[in-house]
Design a protein around this ligand. Structure first.
Ligand code: AMP
Ligand code: ZN
Length: 470
């Protein structure tokens, strides 16, 4: 598999540190609000990468943090007159609600900054001891940026260029404008933790360095996040980790492009954002996932009603195909495929191969989806044969669901279980139609739609039903 590495600015063959294993870390949300569609992009993309690695047989350890203490969390807590942990607990819970809807599986570990204090203090201590960091008289601890000769290697900015933009803000006791805080002395009324430098709390970047050490080790395979994190966040993580451990921090750096709206980056500070929660009410969660996967993750992706409606239609095509196959599985017989069916089934290999080639090419989910749609088109045509065997339908279903599963799509099919009450009503309606009692047939159809949320469709294979999308 090839992955574009922001460090080398090249697509590189992925070679794991340990054969068959992947250690991945992705920067997670700051939990002071619901997350917006822009934030959803890395969460969905790196979940898909993890699923794909698993599909290819890797054992994946995936860590994504929650930043549960920072100025934004504290400000929100103050505004509501509650403690910071009330805010953090609430939005961590909300994160999991949205993530579940979007088909984002829980990471192997979701560490919180406040639960990683020992590891954070440990790494700060190491940096102070080896001279890469220093404590200021007020209890702040700063990283001595110029002590790390490779600083700037990820963002490809030479130190002197970065220096031009650096400032010392009021109240900061830095030796040099380039230095950044790894530990901040407590301010009155703010939550704080005990440390060798007095009461305080971690700087922004240090939690990720500490969590990687604690849960994955000194060197990991992949570190990821949105491209806005390259500088300063990831640059600083590298400086801290490599100076503390004396070895490479991450072998591959993956960064997703921006989700835009009117071609501008969606962000909380600009106010041009939609919460995932709001958009899900309009389009459904899974549509948002389909929309995200419709573009390769490094290209910009523009959020618009039109593109969401397109994603919704694409998703509906997959569901219709899968539901049709489910229906046929209940009705077709024959455990052995005919020769023609066997040949057809074998020809489906090419779409799996196309899918794999696309995903292997720096996770090109757009092309991978195109392969899925080609497969689905072939399947739709193949199962039109009224004599097709159950065995063939099963193969079609499995082939399709195999690829959809890697993308985390068509994940809610299990809702469509054969419900005996519904089956009875459909049978009664069919009987009514046969008896030309159309009023009764319509009454049953309307009842199913309005009371049960079920849509009836008459097809060549008989009457089919699906849940109305809420
Ligand atoms: P935050 O909670 O703001 O730290 O962001 C969480 C994740 O969302 C990070 O990986 C950011 O890089 C990413 N992110 C924020 N805004 C966007 C956007 N408009 N497009 C893509 N990724 C974004
Ligand atoms: Zn981070």
């Amino acid at each position: 598999m090839k992955l574009y590495n922001s460090m080398t600015r090249k697509k590189e063959e992925f070679v794991p540190i340990e054969p068959g294993k992947v250690k991945m870390y992705s920067c997670g949300p700051t939990v002071y609000n619901f997350f917006h569609i822009g934030n959803a992009r890395p969460f969905i993309i790196f979940d898909t990468l993890r699923r794909y690695f698993e599909y290819r047989g890797y054992d994946v350890q995936f860590v994504q943090n929650f930043t549960d203490i920072d100025d934004k969390v504290i400000n929100k807590a103050n505004a509501e007159g509650v403690t910071y942990d009330v805010i953090a607990d609430r939005y961590i819970k909300e994160y999991f609600t949205d993530a579940k809807g979007l088909g984002i599986r829980p990471a192997t570990v979701h560490p919180r900054a406040t639960e990683t204090m020992d590891a954070i203090i440990d790494i700060v201590k190491k940096l102070v001891d080896n001279g890469h960091a220093y404590a200021a008289p007020n209890g702040d601890v700063y990283f001595r940026t110029k002590s790390f000769a490779e600083y700037g290697k990820l963002s490809h900015q030479p130190l002197d260029e970065l220096q031009a933009g650096a400032r010392i803000s009021v109240g900061e006791l830095k030796e040099d404008p380039m230095d950044f805080a790894v530990w901040k002395a407590a301010k009155p009324g703010e939550p704080s933790w005990e440390s060798p430098w007095g009461q305080g709390r971690p700087g922004w970047h240090i939690e990720c360095s500490a969590m990687v050490n604690k849960y994955l080790g000194k060197t990991i395979d992949i570190h990821s996040g949105g491209k806005d994190l390259i500088f300063p966040h990831h640059e600083n993580e590298i400086a801290q980790s490599e100076c503390a451990n004396g070895c490479t921090f991450a072998n591959y750096w993956l960064h997703n492009g921006f989700l835009t709206i009117d071609n501008e980056k969606m962000s909380k500070s600009k106010g041009n954002f939609f919460m995932v929660r709001e958009a899900a009410e309009v389009y459904g969660y899974e549509t948002i996932r389909m929309f995200m996967l419709s573009a390769q993750y490094r290209s910009p992706l523009n959020y618009s009603e039109e593109s969401l409606m397109m994603a919704k239609q694409s998703l509906a095509r997959l569901y219709t195909a899968a539901e049709n196959l489910q229906f046929l599985l209940d009705h077709q017989t024959g455990d052995v495929m005919t020769e023609t069916e066997q040949a057809k089934a074998a020809s489906f290999d090419q779409y799996r191969q196309k899918f794999i080639d696309a995903m292997d090419d720096d996770l090109n989910t757009a092309d991978a989806l195109a392969a899925v749609f080609e497969l689905v088109r072939e399947i739709n045509t193949a199962v039109k044969d009224p004599n097709c065997t159950h065995a063939f339908v099963q193969t079609c279903f499995d082939r399709m669901m195999e690829l959809c599963g890697v993308l985390g799509l068509v994940d809610h099919l299990e809702k469509k279980t054969i419900d005996s009450e519904i089956e009875d009503l459909i049978a009664q309606r069919t009987a009514a139609k046969k008896a030309k009692n159309f009023a009764e047939a319509d009454r049953i159809r309307d009842y199913l739609l309005n009371e049960k949320g079920i849509i009836i469709k008459d097809t060549r294979q008989g009457t089919q039903w699906s849940y109305k999308e809420s």
